[in-house]
Ligand binder design. Structure first.
Ligand SMILES: *Cc1c(COP(=O)(O)O)cnc(C)c1O
Length: 450
């Protein structure tokens, strides 16, 4: 495959390519971003809109009574899986971001219950959608029924006939595996052999079958997909091409809009919303960016954050079909949630007219920011989840970022801007492992000021 895409790499400007290959952090502005109030979006020939975002949200609401019954940690939220929106003035100061550049906020998805990462949104949504379709088809519920009955014997017998499988670097497997097995499905998670031991252990403890594959993430996905294709009672969650996943993520926008309103944060031409989203295959950030764009139109500016060695979404936007290997990168990063060589085409398709841009982050910066956000805000996040924090500087403090601000007439609006950093995972990282991350980060933060 790489031989016929190598030519596409000519779509990179020589200086961007040189920076990427040297592992220097870059900011890339999407030249195809439209400022139109509304954009017709379709993926794989299907139009998607705010109605789809609301439908995903409604599904979470229908399942809430069941989830409250299955997960003690969801009792307090009556079965809703959500995270706080936090002001972050101390972190803003630690990052050296002046008040004239706007205000820093954190969307704390690293604390999402059940899954411990942003995957609680997309991954769980897809499992629920599959369970719901089976339950409806077999007459176990209607759309307005109390779904708590799906914890009873007839539903469990039905679900137990099916296997739910997924290929994953870790966090997606955790969310799918935990939810599928809680509902009574047989669950199988295909992981690359370098996936973290604690993630495999956590799954096995819940009765999930963990299948280890040598090779990278894409290889684990391909193997899982092949195995499930051969079994009519197997349902494969396909991270690289799933609309259900993306729409599950998109529902985050509706809850966030309520939180922003409750916090008195305005979003309009004088108060742009700049959102910084860690990106792996692109499904999670694309879903959220899509949902926000439906609500706020061109006043939301979504930026995806990728490791310097794994900028697969940037590569896909510039040279469709190419992988990070095609430009000579290694895909080696400590940010295991973002270590993806090839982006989701579906996500790229959806994002082409609405993505602000993509920037890359060195691993050392991830660790330094992981340390800073604990020091300043007392938040414990994993390395992948720190990728958003360099966004405000990349946008407001680099030549390429400033060019974006000028091009979109944002210069004078920046004092009123909201910089929303999405922290995407970390709740279940074992304390010993977190201590190692933090120690490495503290040493780096001491030597390299933000
Ligand atoms: C999966 C993941 C992401 C990105 O999601 P994609 O859909 O792969 O782009 C970001 N952060 C963390 C911690 C993740 O696990």
């Amino acid at each position: 495959m790489s031989s016929d895409v190598t030519a596409d790499v000519s779509a990179f400007t020589p200086s961007l390519l040189a920076d990427l290959q040297a592992g220097r952090p870059v900011f890339w502005a999407n030249p195809a971003r439209s400022a139109a109030p509304e954009i017709q979006t379709s993926v794989d020939g299907r139009a998607i809109s705010l109605a789809d975002v609301r439908a995903a949200q409604a599904r979470f609401v229908r399942f809430a009574p069941l989830l409250a019954r299955l997960f003690p940690e969801l009792q307090d939220s009556a079965g809703r899986i959500e995270s706080p929106l936090l002001p972050a003035p101390a972190m803003q100061q630690a990052l050296g971001l002046p008040a004239s550049a706007g205000a820093l906020w954190i969307k704390a998805d690293h604390s999402l219950p059940v899954a411990g990462s942003i995957k609680a949104r997309g991954g769980i949504h897809e499992v629920l959608e599959f369970a719901e379709s089976l339950a409806l088809e077999h007459g176990l519920v209607t759309l307005d029924a109390d779904y708590a009955v799906l914890a009873d014997a007839p539903a469990r017998a039905l679900f137990g006939r099916y296997q739910v499988a997924v290929g994953s670097t870790g966090n997606l497997g955790l969310s799918i595996g935990v939810m599928a097995s809680a509902l009574g499905f047989r669950a199988a998670v295909h992981m690359s052999s370098d996936a973290k031991a604690w993630k495999k252990d956590r799954l096995r403890k819940r009765g999930v079958q963990v299948v280890e594959h040598t090779g990278d993430y894409a290889a684990a996905v391909a193997a899982g997909r092949r195995e499930a294709d051969a079994d009519p009672y197997a349902y494969f969650v396909d991270d690289e091409r799933s609309l259900s996943l993306m729409l599950g993520y998109s529902a985050a926008a509706l809850h966030l809009a309520d939180q922003l309103a409750a916090a008195g944060v305005q979003v309009d031409a004088a108060h742009p919303l700049c959102v910084y989203l860690p990106c792996g295959v692109g499904g999670a950030p694309a879903g959220i960016a899509f949902g926000l764009r439906q609500l706020y139109g061109p006043h939301v500016h979504a930026f995806f954050a990728e490791p310097t060695q794994s900028p697969c979404f940037l590569v896909e936007m510039v040279a469709p079909g190419a992988s990070v290997y095609d430009i000579g990168l290694t895909n080696r990063t400590e940010a295991d949630g973002l270590a993806v060589p090839q982006a989701s085409e579906l996500a790229a398709q959806a994002m082409r007219p609405m993505l602000g841009g993509v920037y890359t982050v060195a691993d050392d910066t991830l660790f330094a920011d992981l340390h800073r956000v604990r020091e300043t805000q007392d938040l414990r996040i994993e390395p992948s989840a720190a990728a958003g924090f360099s966004g405000p500087h990349m946008l407001t403090g680099t030549d390429a970022g400033r060019a974006y601000l000028r091009q979109h007439h944002l210069d004078s609006a920046m004092p009123g801007a909201t910089h929303l950093v999405w922290t995407t995972g970390g709740l279940f990282v074992p304390p010993e492992e977190y201590a190692r991350f933090a120690e490495r980060g503290a040493a780096l933060a001491a030597t390299q000021p933000a």
